[in-house]
Design a protein around this ligand. Structure first.
Ligand code: NDP
Length: 330
């Protein structure tokens, strides 16, 4: 039974040596427990934060202990009347091929409704993040302009598509020409900017957003966001969802550098954590599933195969190797 542990806390950019692949005996379920076999494991940028011991909204991983994250698993044996062998569940699980659980916090998922991996993406945490970030903070109105950074990723690609459903002009920012082309050709964005070939983000945003920016869904922060902030319209809304450009920084930048602008333009800038909106998950999930069924939303993912490749898939998030949701198929 393979297990992946955190070998040491990464300093700066994480590397393979920060993880350890070990084995342990396959466990047997006791009364009230189920034996789970991982089917799809989610790797997510927020996990970088849990690898450090800094205080956060979620407790840090422990060194030499298995990493845990969202995963879809199959119940292979059940001694718990709530579950049957053959059920699939999603929830926070250890990075282990096999593990036992009492079933607490696990939700059954149905492979007939959507592919199992979708419950880690568009019908899971990242889809909910896109939906709730917009509905709770961004509140886009028809005819407004929405800018999305990290636009070709799991959250960003969904946020942009929802913006289109809601009648906005949507402009995406991503890290390659290929991603930018896909945003407009496949995901219906009105325009997209490759930040790696753009020297002056403020001008690029101005050119692509002739009416200014009303809502900014920010997944990356840093210099990319500086350029967007300069183009915000009065009463604009900024959703601070992620800051991946700084996750591997070893010192904390001072800021925000935008206070004067927040005042002058009466902007709302609010930090967002999807877990704060748990009571809204059922309604949001239902809407996302409906849009998916009506083909108003496209489902995009990068599937890496093999349990041992989980750490590499995680590291590749910081290299922009994924298109849409990055998942590992076991
Ligand atoms: P993604 O699928 O977007 O994957 C990460 C992407 O980030 C990469 O593909 C890469 O795309 C981009 N990226 C990597 N390094 C940089 C950099 N230095 N500067 C700019 N872009 C970079 O991940 P998710 O959709 O899962 O998450 C997106 C963001 O949302 C993350 O910051 C994450 O932490 C956050 N998040 C927050 C949640 C919350 O509740 N607050 C919940 C879920 C996610 P590219 O090629 O375009 O550079």
């Amino acid at each position: 039974n393979q297990v992946i542990t955190l070998a040491k806390r990464p300093v700066g950019k994480p590397s393979m040596s920060d993880f350890s692949l070990t084995t342990e005996d396959k466990p047997s379920p006791a009364d009230g427990e189920i034996l789970l076999h991982a089917a799809y494991v989610s790797v997510d940028p927020y996990m970088r934060g849990r690898m450090s011991d800094a205080e956060s909204y979620i407790h840090p991983f422990e060194v030499n202990k298995p990493i845990e994250g969202l995963a879809v698993a199959e119940v292979v044996e059940s001694k718990n009347s709530d579950f049957e062998a053959g059920d699939f569940v999603v929830g926070f699980l250890a990075w282990k091929e096999y593990q036992v659980s009492q079933g607490k916090g696990l939700r059954k998922v149905d492979a007939d409704i959507a592919p199992l991996s979708a419950y880690l993406g568009i019908l899971g945490m990242t889809g909910l993040t896109a939906y709730l970030g917009l509905s709770e903070i961004g509140k886009p109105q028809e005819g407004e302009t929405l800018v999305v950074s990290g636009a070709a990723g799991a959250v960003g690609s969904v946020a942009g598509q929802i913006g289109k459903i809601q009648g906005c002009r949507v402009v995406g920012i991503a890290g390659s020409d290929e991603k930018v082309a896909k945003l407009t050709s496949e995901f219906g964005f009105d325009a997209a900017i490759n930040y790696n070939t753009t020297d002056d983000m403020a001008t690029a945003i101005a050119e692509n957003c002739p009416d200014g920016v009303d809502v900014y869904f920010d997944n990356v922060a840093g210099e990319i966001s500086d350029g967007v902030h300069q183009n915000m319209n009065r009463f604009g809304r900024i959703i601070n969802c992620g800051a991946i450009s700084g996750y591997n920084d070893t010192s904390v930048p001072t800021g925000p550098r935008v206070e004067m602008m927040l005042i002058k333009k009466s902007l709302l800038m609010q930090g967002f954590i999807v877990g704060n909106y748990e009571d809204k998950f059922p309604k949001a999930s239902k809407q996302l599933a409906e849009w998916l069924g009506e083909e108003k939303l496209k489902f995009s993912e990068t599937v890496v195969e093999g349990f041992e490749n989980i750490p590499k898939a995680f590291l590749d998030l910081f290299e922009g190797k994924n298109r849409g949701k990055m998942v590992v198929k076991i």
